[in-house]
Write a protein that binds this ligand. Sequence first.
Ligand SMILES: C[S@@+](CC[C@H](N)C(=O)[O-])C[C@H]1O[C@@H](n2cnc3c(N)ncnc32)[C@H](O)[C@@H]1O
Length: 221
Amino acid sequence: MEHFYDTIGEDWFDFSDIYSYVVDNFTDDSHFVEVGSWKGRSASFMAVEIINSKKNIKFDCIDTWEGSIEHNQDNKPWVTEFQKDKDFLYSTFLKNTQSASDVINPIRKRSHDAAISYKNRSLDFIFLDGSHEYKDVLLDLQLFYPKLKRGGIIAGHDYVNCEGVWTAVHEFFNCGVLWDGNWIKNDSGNWGPNKPLFDLPIHIEAGKPLAARTSFLFKKP
Ligand SMILES: C[S@@+](CC[C@H](N)C(=O)[O-])C[C@H]1O[C@@H](n2cnc3c(N)ncnc32)[C@H](O)[C@@H]1O
């Protein structure tokens, strides 16, 4: 199936390499979760990758479809659309992802409520792109990380540009890999399910935001 994600919604999706990597490297019967799906841009990319892999990968998309705090504060045209109609974002997501809907399981809940419905050590890949508020990200990490299988991968968006994200990620993990503005870590402390995920890691001081969009290993000295 041809990718169609680039026709959908706002252009915030810069983690396609991570999505392709996990589809390539995890096996049949894996279980992936995306927290924060908005209008379906990243979700439809993942869904088409799954379809094209011919692997039987379960893919849950968790979102309130009410927008994040920062979306509701923004003075953007799309804010009024979803503030007028509380189902606007959800119906837009369903419409936009319809042609790949066989492999998408939308879960309309707050991430914290959805997290507790998973068994511990049941998920292979979790991507956090929901709330970027410090307290919410920390709670997402506390609730979702135990759900990761050994060798599973957890990652998230907007590490570089969101203080709430990088503060929570540093508080929760001592180490991980930062890639192109996103953070990524696996359960065992090795990078990737079978092999290093990224080359040439650079050690940096924990707790400091990074200005560059590049590959780093972050680790407490
Ligand atoms: C930045 S958008 C996701 C963008 C999407 N991944 C993409 O690339 O197109 C963040 C989404 O997180 C959702 N969200 C914010 N806080 C949430 C929470 N606590 N639980 C579930 N979803 C939440 C918002 O409704 C919004 O759709």
